[in-house]
Design a protein around this ligand. Sequence first.
Ligand SMILES: [Zn+2]
Length: 667
Amino acid sequence: MKNIVFLLCCCANLFYAQQTDYVDFTEVKAVLAFSQMKVDSTVFNSYQIKFEVLKQTDSVYLDAINMKFSNVSLNKSKVKFKNDGKKLIIYHGFKASKTYTLNFLFFTSPKKAMYFIDWNNEDAVTSSYSDTFRNSPEKKQIWTQGQGKYTSHWLPSIDDMNDKIEFDISCVAPKGYEVISNGKMVSKRETPTYNLWEFDMEKPMSSYLVALVIGKYSKNVEYSKSGIPLEMYYYPEDSLKFEPTYRYTKQMFDFLEAEIGVPYPWQNYKQVPVKDFLYAGMENTSATIFADSFVIDSIAFADKNYVNVNAHELAHQWFGDLVTETSGTHHWLQEGFATYYALLAERDIFGEHYYYWQLYEYAQELLNQDRAGGSTSLLDPKSSSTTFYKKGAWVLHLLRERVGEKAFKAAVKNYLKKYAFKNVETENFITEVEKVSGEDLTDFVKLWLKNKVFNYDEVLNSLKKSAYMQEYLMVDCEVYTSKCSDYLTSGISDEAKIKVISQIPNQIRKEDFKNSLKVRQAIARNVSKIPLQLKTEYESLLNDESYVTIETALFNLWQNFPQERQKYFEKTKDIQGFSDKNVRMLWLALQLVSPDFEDKNKREYFNALTRYTSPQYGFEVRQNAFQYLHQIQACKDVCKKHLKQATKHHNWRFQKFAKALIEKETP
Ligand SMILES: [Zn+2]
C-alpha cells in the first residue's frame, strides 16, 4: 500500500517487552454483529482465542482500544482481568508448554481502523437538493484499514507484526449486504433480517492484515491456472466498468505465480473497491481493498487504470503477507518487492519499453529527492515512500542484473519457502541470494541498502542497456536543434516525441497531430496558445478517447477562441470524465464564468457544481468541486457548510485540503 509510516510498531515493542517471547497466539474465532446499519458500532461480539504459553508468566494481554468486555473466561472458568482502555490483561498462573483458550464478549465503537461510510449523512434527504439525489451515489459501507492504524481499534488483536495468528472472522450483517473478510466464506446462514457470514482461514497472518468489508456489491469469479478463485467485486450499477477496471487480473495472477515460483499461499483472492479509501489499495491477506476511484470505464483506462495497484497488492500476498517484516527497518522487503514485481507483471503485459520507462521515471523521482537532500538509506525506518517503493524496486532490478536471472529467482523462491508464515529481515533475503549465487554481496549491500545517496550513474548505465532508452536520452531539442522539426513525423518512440513537444511547443505543425493518443495528449498539454492555422487539428483533440486530453483541450480552446465557446460546450456537454468528474466539473465552471452564455441556466449549473461538494460524493469529486467553486469565487452557504464538514473527514489528505481551503476562503 501507499504512503505508510510504521514507526509506532517499533515503539510499542520496546514499551511492552516482547510478549511474543513467552506467548504464541495461534487461533482467533470472532463474531462481529452489526445492528441496524444506522449506528456506527457493533453489539455483543463474541471472541475466542487460543494460545500456547512458551515461558511461565502471570499475565497475558491482547491489544484492544476503547472496548468493553463481559463474560471473560479462561478454559471455561471465570478469570481475573483488567481493561485499561488499551489492553485486555488476563491474570493467571500461566504454565509453560500449556495451551489455553480465552473467551469473552466485547463491544466496540471504533474511531479508527474501521470506517462507517455514509452511515450518518444528516443531509442525505433533508437538503433542499433531495430531489436531485434520486440517483444518489450514497454508499453505505463498512470497511477496515489495519496497516498504520491498528486492527485493535475494532478487533482485540496483537499490534505487533511478529505474532501471526489464524483469524476466522464471522459477521452478522443486515440482508442485502455482502460481507468480505479474509479466507474462504464457508457458510452464510440466513434469518429474516440478518445473515451470518462465516469465514475460515487456514494459515496465520499478522493482525494488521485482518480485514472486513460490508456493502452492496456484485461479483464475478475467474479461476487462475492453478485453480485459485479470483473474486472481483464491483458496485451493482458498475457492470460496464467491470472489464476495464479488472483488465489483466487473471494474466497478472498467473504470471506472478509462475515468476515467483511459489504457489499463491491463500485459499482465494478477493478484490473490493470502497468509497473514500485512505490509500490506493491495501493488501489484506487474500482480500485486497482498493479505492473506488480506480473503478473506470474503457476511455479512462488510457490515462488512469487499476493495473499497477492491482499487481502491487497481489505481489504483497507473498511479500508482506506470507513473509512479513519484523519492523519498519525492513519495510522495503514489502514495498520494494511489491513495486518491483508489479513492474514485472506490467512488463509481461505492456512490454519491455514500458518496463524501462517506469524504471526511468522512478529514477528521476529518486534523483530529484537526492538533489533536494532527501535521500535516506533503504534500511532507515523513517525513509520516504519514494525510497521504500522506488529505490527498493531499483535495488531488486540491479541485484537481478548482478547475480543473473536464474540465481535471483532461485534465491527468492528459497527465501519465501524458508520464511513462509514467518517474519523476515533484510539479511535473511541477502543470505539466500549469496548462497545461490556464490557471490559476496557486502559491497552491494553497502552501496544500495546502507548508503544514503542514490547512485544515478550506475542507474543510467543500466537504463542504457535498452535501445529504446538510449534513443529517448539521445533525442534532445535543447542540444540538437536542427533535427527537431522532423522528429515528430519520424519513427521514434512516443515518449521521445513527448519530450520533443515539451521542448519546442511552438514549433508544432498540422502533420504532428497524426500521432498516437499519447502524443496528441502531449500537444494538448504543452500547446496552450493555439495558432489559428492549427485550430481545426486542435479541435479534433476533443474527439480523443482520453479524458485528460478532452479536459485540457476544452480549457485551451475555450480560452483561445471565445467566439466558438458555444460549439465546444455543445460538443462536450455529455462527458463526465474520470470518476472524479474532471470534464463535467470543468464544463460547469467554464459555463459559470463565460459572460453572455446561457444566463438562464447559470443557476442550474451553480447548483450542480455545488451539489458535488456534498458528502454523498467521493472525496475526489468533492475536492474538484470545492476547488472550482473557490477559483470562481462561488463557494456559497451550502458549499461552505460541506467544506466545514470536510475538515472532519477520515481521509487525512482530504481533511488537510479542506482545512487549507477554509483558510483561503476566510482571509
Ligand atoms: Zn504496498
